[in-house]
Design a binder for this molecule. Structure first.
Ligand code: BGC
Length: 757
C-alpha cells in the first residue's frame, strides 16, 4: 500500500516529531468552550514513536492504534468535549479521568457561523444570510478560508459552523446565521463554507461543524419543543441540505440540535444513525449542542458521539453503569471514540498543533478585502425607480438618517444602538463579535460623497420631527431601517424595530428623494415601499458595511445580490402563519402559551410539509413582496433562446440547460441567472425547485450563451430530479415531462421542457 503523505483532504502532513507534554497539572477545567491548554514542558514524549502519530498510515489505522493503546477511561475522554480536547487535564467539573495517551492535540472549539467569536483582532464578515445573497460559492469558500486561518491563529481549531436550516419561518431568531430557504442553495453554500474552513489553509487546519441537526427552526422553546413532520418533508426540505453538504465537502462534525423530532430529542433520535450517518453517509462525529443531551445510553446508541462542554451524561460512571446494565455495548463506545479520533486525525489536528500563544491581530488586509467584497456582493437592490446610483452635484447635501447608520451610539443599556449593533448579530442575539475597524454607513457615505463634492449630515431619527427637518433640507436622503435578531428569541413580527416604519414614512414625506437601506436579519414588511424611491437590503454586512453601501449607492459596485429567502407582503402570508399549531406550536390544552412552571413539550406541526419558502407562495398563488431570487441591477438583462438537451433522457445522464443572456442596459453588470425545474405532476411537488445557477458578468449590450449543466453526479448528489417516496423509503426519479424555467428570480420568464422516459 502506498504510504499516505497527505490527509484525506490533501493536507500535507507535518512530521510527527513535535514534542508534547505528557503531564500537565494545575489548569482549571474550561467553562463553556474548552480553553486551550498550553504546554507544560516538564516531561515530553517523542511523538514519532507512537503509531497514531505515524503520518504514513491512514487516519483509520492511526485512530485504531490509538484506541488499542488506550484504557477504557481514556476512551471515555473522547466522548465529552472538555476531556477530549484538553488531553492532559485530569478533572472537569469534579469528574476525574486518567490523562490521555501521549501526543494527542489540544483542541479548542469556537462559535461562529460568521467570524471567530470572543476574540479581538479578527475580521467581522457579513453574516451567512448575507453571503447567501451573493449566490457565490467561491466567495463563501474564500470567506470561510479566511475565517479558518483567523480561528487557528487565535488558537481555535474547530469552528462550530456553518449553520443551515430550512428557513421555515422568517420569525426564527437565527435566520441570519443560515443560508436561506432553499435546500440546494443552502446545501451548496454550506459545502463551500466547509471546504473553505477545512481545506483553505493546509498549515492551519480547522474542522467544521454543520449545525443544527435537524428541523431546528425556531428559538421559542427550542429545548422544549418537538418538530413534528412527515418523512418526505424531513428528507426533501430539512435533511437534503445536510446531505448535499456531506456529499460535496465531507464535514468532520455535525451538531445535533436542542429540539425533538417527532417526540425524540435530536441528540438521541434514531435519525442520527439511520438518516445522517446511514442514508446521507456522514462519517465524521456527531456532537451535541450545549446542554442538548438528556440521556447516556440512548444518546450513544442512537449515534451521538460527543457531549459538548463538560461531562454530564457521558461521564465515566454513567458509561460504566450503562455498559454493566447492557444498555450500551463496548462496540458502541469504541465506535464513538473512533469517529472523534479519526476526524481529529483526518482533519489535520494531530499533525498541526496550534501555537502556545494566539496571534494578536489575525485580521489581514486580504481578509478585510474579502469582507468588503462579500458585503458589496450581498447587497440586494430590491427596488429602484432610477434614483440610484446617486450622482450628487457639487455642493449637494445627503442626509443619512437612523440610529444604526452611524458609529455614534444612541440610547443606553440594552437599547443602545449604533452601526455596531447590526454589524454581525447572528449568534448571540446581540453583538458578540468585536466588530473592529467598523466603517458605518455614515462614514462610508461621507467619504464617498466628499469625492463628488457633496456633504453628509446625520440624524439619529429618534425624533421624527427633527429627522423630517433634516430630510427636508437635503437633496437626497438615505434612511436606515433595522431589525436585530439572533439566538435565544424569535422576533415577534416582521416589522422594522425602533419605530423604523414611522421614521421612513416621516422622512419620505419630507423629502421625495428617499432611499432606504435595510439592515435586517430576515424579511421585513415594507408599508412605506411606494413612498420611497429605492430600497437596498444590506443584511448584517459586517465591518465593511459603510464602504460597501456607499459603493452600491454611488454605482461603483453594480448590485448583483439576489434574495436567498422570500420577502412576503405580510406575516399573515407566510407558510407557518396559517395556524398556531404550525407556529409557535401548542400545548396539550390547545394553548400557545406555556402553562406556568410546566416543562411540557410544545408540539410544532410542520403541516405545511414541502411548502416552505417560495414553494409555498407559488403553490398557493400568493404574490410575495419580493420573490426568492429577486434582485435588481443598474443594468437590465434579457433571457432568450432557452434550449434543453437532450430532450428525452433516462434521468442519469447529463442535462444541459442553455440560454442566451443579454445585458440590455448601459452598464457592466453581473446577473445570477437561475434555473428551476418543475417535476412531472406524479411527483406531487408543490412548485418548481431551484436546480442550478450561474453568476455571469456582461458589458453593456453584450450577450452570452449560458449553460447550466446538471451533471450525472449533480443529479445523484443533489437529488435534482428526485422526490422522496416515503412508502418505499427511497428517492424516485419520476418519468414524464419536466418543465425548465430560467430567469433572474423564481418569478421566471423563459420556459422549456425535457422528458424522462
Ligand atoms: C448554540 C450553538 C452553539 C453552542 C455553543 C448553543 O447555545 O445553539 O449554536 O454552538 O451554544 O456556544
Amino acid at each position: 500500500m502506498t504510504p499516505q503523505t497527505t490527509s484525506r483532504r490533501g493536507l500535507p502532513l507535518r512530521s510527527a516529531r513535535w514534542l508534547v507534554p505528557v503531564a500537565l497539572t494545575g489548569l482549571l477545567a474550561p467553562v463553556l468552550i474548552s480553553a486551550g491548554n498550553t504546554a507544560n514542558t516538564a516531561q515530553a514524549a517523542d511523538c514519532s514513536s507512537y503509531p497514531w502519530m505515524d503520518a504514513t498510515k491512514t487516519p483509520e489505522a492511526r485512530a485504531q492504534a490509538l484506541l488499542d493503546a488506550s484504557s477504557q477511561q481514556q476512551k471515555y475522554r473522547w466522548l465529552v468535549e472538555q476531556p477530549a480536547n484538553s488531553p492532559q487535564t485530569a478533572t472537569f467539573s469534579g469528574v476525574t479521568y486518567p490523562l490521555q495517551v501521549p501526543c494527542t492535540p489540544t483542541v479548542v472549539y469556537t462559535d461562529g457561523p460568521d467570524g471567530v467569536r470572543g476574540s479581538t483582532g479578527v475580521t467581522t464578515f457579513p453574516t451567512p444570510l448575507a453571503l447567501a445573497a451573493t449566490w457565490n460559492q467561491a466567495l463563501v469558500e474564500e470567506k470561510s478560508a479566511a475565517q479558518g486561518a483567523e480561528a487557528f491563529d487565535k488558537r481555535k481549531n474547530v469552528v462550530l459552523g456553518p449553520g443551515l436550516s430550512g428557513g421555515r419561518t422568517p420569525l426564527a431568531g437565527r435566520t441570519p446565521e443560515y443560508f436561506g430557504e432553499d435546500p440546494l442553495l443552502s446545501g451548496l453554500l454550506t459545502a463551500a463554507a466547509v471546504n473553505g474552513l477545512q481545506d483553505g489553509n493546509p498549515d492551519k487546519p480547522v474542522l467544521a461543524n454543520l449545525k443544527h441537526y435537524v428541523a431546528n427552526e425556531q428559538e421559542l422553546d427550542r429545548q422544549t419543543s418537538s418538530s413534528n413532520l412527515d418523512a418526505r418533508t424531513l428528507q426533501e426540505i430539512y435533511n437534503l441540505p445536510f446531505t448535499i453538504a456531506v456529499n460535496r465537502s465531507a464535514p468532520e462534525s455535525v451538531m445535533c440540535s436542542y429540539n425533538q423530532i417527532n417526540g425524540a430529542f435530536a441528540c438521541e433520535n434514531p435519525l442520527l444513525n439511520e438518516v445522517l450517518k446511514g442514508e446521507s453517509g456522514f462519517d465524521g462525529y456527531v456532537m451535541s449542542d450545549f446542554g442538548a443531551v438528556h440521556t447516556t445510553a440512548a444518546s450513544l446508541v442512537n449515534g451521538m458521539d460527543q457531549e459538548l462542554n463538560r461531562p454530564r451524561f457521558l461521564t465515566p460512571a454513567n458509561l460504566d453503569a450503562a455498559l454493566a446494565a447492557g444498555q450500551v455495548t463496548q462496540a458502541q463506545i469504541d465506535g464513538a471514540a473512533f469517529r472523534v479520533v479519526r476526524s481529529y486525525i483526518r482533519g489535520g489536528l494531530f499533525d498541526h498543533p496550534m501555537a502556545d500563544v494566539a496571534v494578536v491581530n489575525a485580521s489581514t488586509p486580504e481578509h478585510q478585502a474579502t469582507a468588503l467584497r462579500a458585503a458589496e456582493q450581498s447587497a440586494v437592490l430590491l427596488s429602484n425607480d432610477g434614483v440610484l446610483p446617486l450622482a450628487p452635484a457639487e455642493g449637494q447635501t445627503i442626509a443619512v438618517i437612523g440610529p444604526t447608520a452611524s458609529n455614534t451610539v444612541t440610547g443606553t443599556g440594552s437599547a443602545a444602538l449604533s452601526a455596531k449593533s447590526v454589524c454581525a448579530m447572528s449568534n448571540r442575539g446581540n453583538v458578540s463579535m468585536a466588530c473592529e475597524n467598523l466603517v458605518s454607513p455614515e462614514d462610508g457615505i461621507r467619504t464617498r460623497a466628499a469625492q463628488a463634492g457633496a456633504t453628509v449630515v446625520w440624524n439619529d431619527g429618534s425624533d421624527l420631527v427633527s429627522a423630517a427637518a433634516t430630510a427636508a433640507q437635503a437633496d437626497v436622503v438615505v434612511v436606515t431601517g433595522y431589525q436585530r435578531m439572533g439566538e435565544f428569541a424569535d422576533v415577534p413580527d416582521l416589522k422594522l424595530q425602533g419605530n423604523g416604519d414611522a421614521l421612513i414614512q416621516a422622512v419620505a414625506a419630507a423629502n421625495p428623494n428617499t432611499v432606504v437601506a435595510l439592515q435586517t436579519g430576515s424579511a421585513v414588511e415594507m408599508p412605506w415601499l411606494h413612498q420611497v424611491r429605492a430600497v437596498v437590503e444590506t443584511w448584517y454586512a459586517g465591518q465593511q458595511m459603510g464602504t460597501a453601501l456607499a459603493s452600491v449607492l454611488f454605482g461603483d459596485t453594480n448590485p448583483s445580490g439576489k434574495l436567498p429567502m422570500t420577502f412576503p407582503k405580510s406575516l399573515a402570508d407566510t407558510p407557518t402563519a396559517q395556524s398556531p399549531q404550525q407556529y409557535p406550536g401548542t400545548f396539550a390544552d390547545g394553548s400557545t402559551v406555556r402553562p406556568t412552571g410546566s416543562t411540557e413539550i410544545r408540539q410544532v406541526q410542520y403541516s405545511e410539509g414541502l411548502k416552505v419558502g417560495y414553494r409555498w407562495y407559488e403553490n398557493q398563488g400568493i404574490d410575495p413582496l419580493f420573490a426568492f431570487g429577486h434582485g435588481l441591477s443598474y443594468t437590465t438583462f434579457d433571457y432568450s433562446h432557452l434550449q434543453v438537451t437532450p430532450t428525452t433522457t433516462s434521468g442519469t445522464k447529463e442535462i444541459r440547460i442553455r440560454f442566451q443572456l443579454t445585458n440590455t442596459g448601459k452598464r457592466t453588470g453581473t446577473e445570477v441567472a437561475q434555473a428551476y425545474l418543475q417535476l412531472p405532476s406524479s411527483a406531487g411537488e408543490p412548485s418548481k425547485r431551484l436546480v442550478g445557477w450561474d453568476r455571469v458578468t456582461l458589458g453593456p449590450g453584450e450577450h452570452r450563451n449560458v449553460e447550466i449543466t446538471l451533471s450525472p453526479s449533480d443529479l445523484q448528489d443533489l437529488r435534482l430530479l428526485q422526490y422522496y417516496d416515503a412508502g418505499t423509503g427511497s428517492w424516485v426519479t419520476p418519468t414524464g415531462t419536466y418543465q425548465v424555467h430560467v430567469g433572474g428570480s423564481s418569478d421566471t420568464t423563459e420556459v422549456n421542457s425535457f422528458r424522462i422516459k
